[in-house]
Design a protein around this ligand. Structure first.
Ligand SMILES: Cc1cc2nc3c(=O)[nH]c(=O)nc-3n(C[C@H](O)[C@H](O)[C@H](O)COP(=O)(O)OP(=O)(O)OC[C@H]3O[C@@H](n4cnc5c(N)ncnc54)[C@H](O)[C@@H]3O)c2cc1C
Length: 503
């Protein structure tokens, strides 16, 4: 009798399901009874897009570290595709519902027994109940509901400290004149033989014709559970206290600032967001970390991360391909797609692109207010931008990109997610970063040699859609501002002439 007919089940884990909570039955995640596991390394998965090499490295390193941990409980299949790998095992397979529309269809097609999804604070059923009958799915309302449901940072049904939202305390610009926040350097993972093997394989794959973008420098993000827990501890000890106030600030010489660098291990499934939140709340409070930092962090993980996850399913499989409310059709220029930071003179853009080239990572404000804002202003095609973010970022997955890129950065869904576009001129970048210092352009100049392309681009963007903005409750003010610009025609003509060359 083979094992399938004997009723033995093996757990198939995707590469973003690598923590202990993806094993065990639905009622006791993590309690795995030494369950047997299937891990698949699919080379075809890396051929679908031109991925950042550091991302390919991380995914392979994480898969192989997990296989080493599981030892002989794990069947590790190297195959071109998943169907081939699944066909090679004899047991029935169970799988936690995966994280993309495509993978969900695949596991059903291949006949695996599908368990409810894991890896988020709130369940898909929780979200459905919350969303039912609501006209607007506001992130703030979702977050408050999740706080009440979980009791996190709550006392007697009220938010700890008396306020739900401490964002007003969390918008400090970087300290004046500082090159860095002056925090200890994050604790970096130490590469091992597994990483060396991954590098060799990636070199070979490249020689055989697979194409990557970006540099595969020393690995900066956690690829095993042990590393992920150490990274969390390091964040709590050294950066959490400054996380809140400097959340939105950026410095050229300090790429991590006070951010957690946890999106990679969270999205690989190495850490459960609730364990991260519980430790940040308990240890942060014990260390006297100010509430605005603790709450600001909980808001990111439980508020934003869960919210964009649920929106991915709520908006449906055609959200990315079918959203282009602003009629944006500009193909991604090669300098942007290829991360050619050194060809760019505008320091905000060159810094952000260099960070992506070197590590496949930026913190939120560079993604949203530098690169996203630029793509919005220049009318880059939303599907191409989404593909670019998904392939270029070490923490990028389809579920996290949909709402962040299409909804938040590009406003391509016509306001289903964000009530107004996150469009800004150079003044915002000057206030919140040091990028304008020493830049060839001046954020307060709209026309001429030193005109800031972000400032001029902002007004050209407002001009392009002025009829729409004039009727928009939250954009009517910039539309009126545009009408008052004496040099409006010159700005628009200048930006049209700039074309899509690197600024
Ligand atoms: C255009 C754009 C693209 C983005 N792409 C990704 C992506 O590919 N993968 C990704 O995980 N996040 C993405 N984000 C959200 C956010 O920028 C990153 O999660 C964050 O910068 C990761 O760094 P960190 O772990 O140090 O985060 P921290 O600033 O320390 O925040 C803590 C955690 O909160 C979560 N988080 C915060 N904001 C968001 C958000 N908007 N969406 C989802 N999770 C959030 C992340 O898990 C993050 O690790 C994107 C945002 C924008 C605007």
């Amino acid at each position: 009798m083979d094992r399938a007919s004997a009723g033995v089940t093996r757990r198939w884990l995707f590469a973003d399901q690598l923590g202990p909570h993806f094993l065990g039955p639905p009622e006791r995640p993590g309690d795995d009874g030494r369950e047997e596991v299937l891990l698949v390394e699919s080379r075809a998965a890396f051929a679908r897009r031109r991925y950042h090499r550091a991302k390919a490295h991380l995914v392979l390193s994480a898969l192989r570290h997990r296989a080493a941990e599981l030892g002989d409980r794990c069947t590790y299949v190297r195959a071109e595709g998943y169907a081939e790998a699944v066909a090679s095992v004899r047991e029935e397979l169970s799988v936690v519902d995966p994280t993309s529309w495509g993978a969900r269809a695949l596991v059903r097609r291949l006949g695996a027994h599908v368990l409810p999804s894991r890896g988020f604070v709130t369940s898909e059923a929780d979200f459905a109940r919350w969303a039912e009958g609501r006209r607007h799915l506001r992130q703030e309302d979702f977050y408050r509901d999740a706080r009440q449901r979980t009791g996190i940072l709550m006392v007697d049904g009220q938010p700890v400290g008396g306020r739900w939202n401490l964002d007003a305390d969390n918008r400090l610009p970087p300290p004046r004149g500082a090159a860095t926040l002056g925090l200890p350097e994050p604790r970096w993972p130490v590469e091992d033989d597994i990483d060396a093997g991954v590098r060799e394989d990636l070199d070979r794959w490249e020689r055989e014709g697979l194409s990557f973008v970006g540099r595969d420098g020393p690995r900066r993000f956690a690829a095993s559970r042990e590393e992920a827990l150490a990274c969390l501890q390091d964040f709590i000890e050294h950066r959490l206290a400054d996380f809140g106030p400097y959340e939105d600030a950026a410095l050229t010489g300090d790429w991590p600032m006070a951010h957690s660098l946890l999106s990679v291990p969270l999205n690989l499934g190495l850490l459960h967001p609730l364990e991260v939140i519980d430790r940040v709340v308990a240890e942060g409070s014990a260390r006297g970390v100010p509430l605005n930092s603790i709450e600001g962090f909980v808001r990111q993980v439980m508020g934003w991360r869960d919210y964009v996850w649920h929106l991915y399913w709520h908006f449906g499989p055609d959200y990315v391909t079918g959203s282009n409310a602003l009629g944006a059709t500009t193909p991604l220029p090669a300098w942007f797609a290829d991360l050619a930071a050194d060809d760019v003179r505008a320091r905000c853009l060159s810094t952000a692109l260099a960070e992506v080239r070197d590590r496949g990572w930026n913190h939120h404000i560079l993604r949203l207010m530098v690169l996203g804002n630029w793509a919005l202003q220049r009318g880059y095609e939303p599907r191409e931008v989404t593909e670019w973010f998904t392939a270029s970022y070490v923490d990028g997955y389809p579920w996290v990109m949909a709402a962040n890129v299409v909804g938040m950065a590009l406003h391509a869904d016509g306001g289903r997610m964000a009530t107004k576009p996150y469009a800004a001129g150079g003044a915002y970048i000057k206030r919140m970063t040091d990028f304008c210092r020493g830049c060839a352009y001046r954020p307060d100049v709209r026309v001429g040699e030193s005109a800031c392309p972000v400032t001029a681009g902002y007004w050209a963007f407002i001009d392009r859609h002025v009829d729409l903005w004039s009727r928009h409750p939250r954009m009517a003010q910039p539309a009126r501002g545009l009408a008052r610009l004496a040099d409006r025609d010159a700005v628009v003509a200048q930006e049209a002439a700039r074309g899509h060359a690197p600024p």
